[in-house]
Design a protein around this ligand. Sequence first.
Ligand code: BGC
Length: 817
Amino acid sequence: MANHQADREAAVEKALAALDLDARCRLLAGQDMWTLPAIPEIGLGSLVMSDGPIGVRGVHWSPEDTSIALPSPTALAATWDPALARRAGQLLAQEARRKGVHMLLAPTLNLHRSPLGGRHFECYSEDPLLTGAIGAAYVGGVQDGGVAATPKHFVANDSETDRFTVDVRVSQRALHELYLAPFAAVVEQAGPWALMAAYNSVNGTTMTEHSALQNDILRARWGFDGAIVSDWTAARDTVGAASGGLDIAMPGPRSVFGSALAEAVRAGRVPEVTVEQMARHMLRLAARVGVLADAPPAVAEDALPAPVNGEALAHEIAQRSIVLLRNENDALPLGQVRRIAVIGQAADQARALGGGSAQVFPPHTVSPLAGLRALLDEQTEVSYVVGADPRVKIPPAKAGFDLRVRLFGADGNPLGEHPLPEGNVEWIGEFPDGIAVGELHSVVVTGTFTPRVGGTHTLAIAGIGPFRLTVGDKTYFDEAIVPNGDPVAAFLAPPEVLIEVELAAAQPVSVSLRHTVTTLAELPIAFEKFALGHQEPNIDPDALIEEAVAAAASADIAVVVVATTPEVESESFDRTSLSLPGRQDDLVTRVIAANPRTVVVVNTGSPVQMPWAQDAAAILLTWFPGQEGGAALADVLMGRAEPSGRLPTTWPAYQDDSPVLNVTPTDGVLAYEEDIYIGYRAWQRLSIAPRFWFGHGLGYTTWEYEAAAFTPATGDIIGTLAVRVRNTGDRPGRETIQTYIAHASQPDRRLAAFAVVEAEPGETAEASIPIPRRAAEFWDETAEDWVLPTTAYHLLTGRSVADIRLTTAIQLEGPHA
Ligand code: BGC
């Protein structure tokens, strides 16, 4: 191993020595959306990157290029199981290799500072220790497979409003104890080969140029030896980024590195040795992932982990991540039932994954309805009604439509034509048929629509730029749709224009939507996204709810699936409300009133208000559960599997109770005024309780916490806590033992360590839990270092931060004993 490393470094130095300044600079700039240039003369192949974190999309943003879709990062964190996270990482490396990807842009290690954070679903937790533990295991798994992981977004990208420009003002203590901590843990425990610099600024300096955090902390203090890549378009200044520690600017071809960097060196504005170091980092990354010939890759072909069945793992993680939030009178598991009423738009069309760059295209998605139908025998009648449709946007045209998409050049010459399964055009990073940016002038969605029912149909155009919509021989719209606000955000979540059209049942009409392509100055890459939406007449929301009430009343059990939509929970914007969108709260309240045996399934990536929580028989949280989510849910409902997830984040009862709600910068500045008090650290100082505490989650059995004994140690751990628990129920179970630490004289507790155990009914399980020194330390701003107060502590062990079963008093002696 050591020799391999020496050989690899030697190969890197040899390659470096063979490159002149221009070639070195060329290596550091994206050649397109996802790749770096090859330099065949030195045996360097093109390094390919792809988004994660729940799958590997690859270089094509297209439903034709499918990827296994695992549950959302919040779900993975809810397993509290690093071993499972490692297996997830290994599967993703396998997916990456299958798709020719060398570097996975994941995991996301930012924190759940506020429940309003738009990318909350893509991060793990409000707790830095849990985030670091899951993140390190995930990175370890990806790199076991010889693929580079890229923890992101370094650092303090904890919300999305004005994310390109926001200046986060945060104390050094909060930075070290909270926001840097997961990155530090991952660097130390898993040694990532790459890392992504965020868009935002921290205390006045944009992250791609932040020498104090990138050069001094990340590299010098923590020993990170990989390559730092910019978030997409985050590198803005050649000299600033090169001096600030950035190695690779993405995407390309327009770039602040490449020839601009070479010019800056020649003008004496960037020292040549800086570029040498940047190129060394890039070549080391290339060598590790096996694209530098003659350099032994970090993982030899014959040392790769055994192949994994992706579908099975997606199913297992989804099962393990489901959190049973409430289960009155053991309403679950269901046991024998004759009639189940399944209700909710997301029961049929599951929200399997979160949107934005995290999007992948799974080969299939198992909805809750399909999962239940597949599991239940013919003795059980499963009925389905929508109840409420929370989508605020009209869905893409599909049923009754027969569509194609045509591409044209500036002079009207046809460039290509493809079938279009639904009215959604989305090309990011590349156009079909190899059409170049600038060459594509207009795109036409065209075909026929045969209405199922007659009446006033609604057609929707969602997009930016000039559109012309024609139905039959009439033109209904011929204007430009102008973005209001951030144009990039508007591209990702475009505005929508609604058009009403009178149509007769079963009479086919021709439909054509022409769009003239706009290239954004901010994003000089292939990017085309618009939709033709359609909604049938007469959807009366009250009638839908009445239909659900009737279905629930005549069933033994009602299962209502509620969800957020991509319009309220996604990348590039924050949430404005924690309420479920549309009429879903009304729906749940009415269904519960009609049938007290109502199980509510919450299909969201992050917290929502549940005003009906105290009345539901049971509440299951599935997160965005990935492609096999419906099958996993059915297993849990029917008791084939135990819901053993635990909340990685506190869920408020009401939005306004939340300790941190400010995600909107003032004059460009977002002050983290709450300092170190986010999540449960803040909740435990409030007089109101949240709906569900950090760590909460029930199971199908019960546990007795019998004993805890502490053995002190020195070094990176302060000691080991041996904990014994007994399964006192009548089913085998899995328990997540959580240990918090607090000064004996103070109420503030924080997570110190945790372990997952399993036991048969009546049996005990023991866990030997190392307590890291860091859990007891605090960041001293004057000393600019960690300090361990030597005092009396309590180790509090239990089922959540608020459900402590055992207290162990300990005394720490000497700061560096
Ligand atoms: C996101 C990153 C992502 C990148 C490439 C950015 O907008 O913030 O997380 O990796 O795009 O898709």
